[in-house]
Ligand binder design. Structure first.
Ligand SMILES: CC(C)(COP(=O)(O)OP(=O)(O)OC[C@H]1O[C@@H](n2cnc3c(N)ncnc32)[C@H](O)[C@@H]1OP(=O)(O)O)[C@@H](O)C(=O)NCCC(=O)NCCS
Length: 184
């Protein structure tokens, strides 16, 4: 797919089936529908963003519109990145960076001063994405994950700063609640 576009928008409950499908495709221990639903509708700290194709490209070839999502919490001064996934065929096009950048922007807007996350130690792609955005490793949690058992790396951005250099490289993400980006 070339020269399509995606938008970052807040998730709504009707998007749940697509988000669940993405979750199940991307993780060995996926969140269940109930867990996703609870984050989406019943957690005052949780925020849920999706990346979706623009209308025209979504109808062509009947591809699902939701190509990525990001769940994060803003708990007072702390932004916690909880879950991030991008459809396999749409990776390396800036969707992940756009989702996390929007979370950082919203966190910063709500006075978060620090961002944290955990990631599997073997997850080079995610670790590299977070490092490019300015996160640094601060500790390791032994055997934190199951299926398979694996250590977690704890990463932090403190203070939380918004760097727009990656976005400029990618040629987009406008401010405001809804960002549009050209897929390369
Ligand atoms: C991690 C993930 C969300 C990245 O999404 P993405 O849309 O492909 O990420 P981006 O295109 O925005 O990548 C931005 C940067 O991250 C790094 N990166 C991303 N994927 C990478 C890979 N496979 N190998 C090396 N670096 C990678 C690169 O620095 C990349 O910039 P570049 O393409 O200019 O080199 C995606 O691979 C994914 O959904 N993985 C499965 C679920 C998962 O592991 N989620 C994270 C849980 S913590």
């Amino acid at each position: 797919m070339t020269h399509s576009e995606f938008q970052i928008v807040p998730a709504t409950p009707d998007m749940l089936p697509d988000i669940l499908a993405l979750e199940e495709a991307c993780f060995s221990s996926p969140w269940t529908r109930k867990m996703l639903e609870a984050e989406l509708t019943n957690n005052q700290f949780a925020h849920f963003l999706v990346a979706r194709r623009q209308e025209e490209s979504a109808t062509q070839g009947r591809q699902p519109r939701i190509i990525g999502y990001h769940c994060f919490w803003i708990v007072f001064e702390e932004l916690r990145l909880m879950n991030l996934a991008v459809q396999e065929s749409m990776r390396r096009r800036g969707v992940g960076v756009a989702l996390v950048t929007e979370a950082l922007r919203l966190g910063s807007e709500q006075a978060a001063t620090r961002a944290v996350l955990e990631v599997r130690i073997s997850n080079d792609s995610a670790r590299s994405l977070y490092a490019r955005l300015g996160f640094v490793q601060i500790s390791q949690r032994l055997r934190y994950y199951t299926n398979p058992i694996e250590d977690a790396v704890l990463m932090e951005m403190s203070p939380l700063v918004l760097s727009d250099s990656l976005q400029r490289d990618r040629g987009a993400v406008s401010g405001g609640g809804s960002a549009s980006t050209n897929l390369l």
